[in-house]
Design a protein around this ligand. Sequence first.
Ligand code: PLP
Length: 399
Amino acid sequence: MKHFNTIAVHAGREDLTALGVHSVPIDLSTTYPITSLEAGGATMDSALAGRGHVGNDRVYRRITSPNVERFEVAMTALETSRMAAQGADVSQYGAIGFASGMAAITAVLQSRVLAELPHVVAVRPIYGTSDHVLETSVMGTQVTWTDAEAIKDAITPQTGLIYIETPANPTLQLVNLHQVVLAAGDIPVLVDNTFATPVLQQPLEHGVTFVVHSATKYIGGHGDAMGGVVVTHGEYVHAVRGLRAATGGLMDPFTAYLMQRGLTTLSVRVKAAQETAGEIVSWLTKQKKISNVYYPGLGDSDKDNLVGPGRQMTGPGAMVSFEMAGGFEAAAHVAQHVKLITHAVSLGGIDTLIEHPASFTHRMVDPDARTHAAVLRISVGLEHHEDLIADLEQAIAGA
Ligand code: PLP
């Protein structure tokens, strides 16, 4: 079994030498030649049943495309790499690429509604728009919000999904996946793995059923491609893939090319940004104007999840949140006075971003369930930590 970095560079590229090319070819076809009525018809039947195309007859791009397939092969291999290294059979696993993270998440929700199990048990906090989709039932689900420790009590005969984000956006709180999977029993657990990436956490190895990503973030990694992906197994792959073929949320081929390219440097980027985040966290924790720093491993309850038995993360990552002692006004000042860092939502790119969750990414969340108004979130990029700290220092000085 190959190592993570080797898989990241080579997965989904196995045929390039035979094709006589070195970089992944981009195919922008919206329709494909049909070899026979029977073969094309077989693809039509298979695609809507979520089993992909048959032979070389892809028929139509909404069903699939060569670049999306390459990205899906790579993504599956990375999210299952630790399981495979331990000798597990991962042939039942597959990925489904979407046009955005929300398209990926809503497809999973829709698949559970179609299975007539529309009740979702979810642990806050999660990304604001995911919270909004659950809270407003736009996909036909009904949500019960609960604590990670109380999941079992919230389950009903209609429960079709347990919804978790760890580390959570924006508090970086960790949820112990081993305990959640035990409490869930036969009910599938979804984990939004956007913040950790498969470099730091592979939820499937803990018995999680659906891993979702906003690939717009670390996977693309350069702030120039929007996408989402679901990694799951068996019949769940077919359910989500069939829905994508019918509803049209497919990732576009050029984006898939960029996402696959992003995967090749994912580990290098995540580890470099994580090291810089560590420097920033140790500086932030010494600042008098900052009342709280949120980072995996800082809280007592995080310790087991990072380093204890059944540990699920191999590192704390590169997302950092902190609370200004001066309240909302102070937080607003910092966000608007950084010079090198960009005041912007999103995360996981090469450059450092800062945002105010209560105003932007979590604005739509019930104010009682929302993070404190004085919290700022930083996505640490690849700049030198001294330049980033100098920028934060000058912005915080005026707050
Ligand atoms: N999940 C998390 C943790 C996110 O941060 C985001 C976006 O910020 C999403 C999902 C949604 O992804 P997208 O914006 O690609 O639709």
